[in-house]
Design a protein around this ligand. Structure first.
Ligand code: ZN
Length: 328
């Protein structure tokens, strides 16, 4: 991997193994800045398939270097048009000046690869897709041409239509976005507990226990927001501050949870436990990997997306969690 541009991608070892064995998902959503870590992660993901040694992403071979310079003929980059800040469906009257999704992505991906191997497309700031552009992209996501890798990069993924999100595997960056202690330890303890036993009763209690853990964390944050201000309390400001802090913490819980499931997926792929982010819970993760398998864990990752979507719709944390544990 190229050292200066290296970014820590959660579940990297599993991705490498998937690339080696030809089992990469056709589409990934990289959650991170399309100018910084998200862009670097996209380059590393591309190097997984364009490296002379598939899965290695050495950063120094011809394929890796071409990808990094954005000069590989079989990699198509799409980003918002400079004036509108939008990624359009493409203008058939002037496909050169406004290729959009149709002429910048769908058409080139439908043709054979110039170098005969993989084809890839990267959509930077995918949250800037217009609705017609997103709908056009959907068809490619549903029936991706063989040996095609599609990468969406966004730091505002809640603005991407759920139909598109649900067809992408998620990679949450940065990897160090963890909930602060003691919440992280308690949260992981809960996941470990559930991994060992997936009976319906356990699922029911898991939803309730997680909801109450989240509620406790939210209350704690609320108290912090109201406690550290010497000025006379402005309730509206305090509430807004507490809400923002809680949403940030909730996002951290979800990111940690994604990383947990990616660890389980890595084990299901046969990756050694030492490569896991949560190696202190390797036993529980192994139990989950045995029980659910690759297919089951991928389904769980999809259900985590659905959970996040429900939370964005403000459907209430307890009921969103309950729906997750019912479906996943
Ligand atoms: Zn290489």
């Amino acid at each position: 991997m190229s050292s200066s541009l290296e970014v820590r991608i959660p579940g990297w070892a599993a991705l490498q193994e998937a690339a080696r064995s030809g089992r990469l998902a056709p589409a990934y959503l990289i959650m991170g800045s399309p100018r910084r870590e998200g862009l670097r992660a996209a380059v590393q993901m591309l190097q997984l398939v364009f490296c002379v040694q598939p899965g290695r992403a050495c950063g120094t071979c011809r394929g890796c270097r071409l990808v990094e310079r954005r000069a590989h003929v079989d990699v198509h980059w799409l980003e918002p048009e400079s004036r509108s800040r939008r990624i359009t469906i493409g203008d058939p009257m002037s496909p050169q000046s406004d290729p959009g999704v149709r002429f910048g992505l769908i058409e080139p991906l439908s043709r054979a690869a110039v170098e005969g191997g993989w084809k890839a497309a990267v959509v930077l700031a995918a949250d800037r897709l217009t609705l017609p552009a997103a709908n056009a992209l959907l068809k490619t996501l549903e029936e991706p041409p063989p040996s095609t890798l599609l990468l969406l990069v966004s730091d505002a993924s809640h603005q991407i239509p759920a139909t598109v999100l649900s067809r992408c595997q998620r990679i949450a960056l940065p990897a160090d976005m963890s909930p602060p202690e003691p919440w992280r330890t308690r949260f992981l303890g809960l996941l470990a507990d559930l991994a060992a036993n997936d009976s319906p009763e356990r699922r029911h209690s898991a939803a309730a226990r997680m909801a109450s853990l989240w509620e406790e964390a939210a209350k704690h944050i609320e108290q912090e927001a109201s406690g550290d201000d010497a000025a006379p309390a402005d309730t509206a400001v305090e509430e807004a501050r507490a809400r923002a802090a809680w949403l940030e913490l909730r996002a951290a819980f979800l990111a940690e949870w994604q990383a947990w499931e990616r660890d389980a997926l890595a084990l299901a792929f046969g990756v050694a436990a030492e490569h896991l982010r949560h190696r202190e819970h390797a036993e529980a993760l192994a139990a989950e990997a045995r029980r659910a398998g690759v297919r089951g864990i991928r389904e769980r990752l999809r259900q985590l997306d659905a959970l996040e979507h429900r939370l964005h719709l403000n459907l209430g944390e307890a009921s969103a969690l309950w729906a997750f544990f019912r479906d996943a």
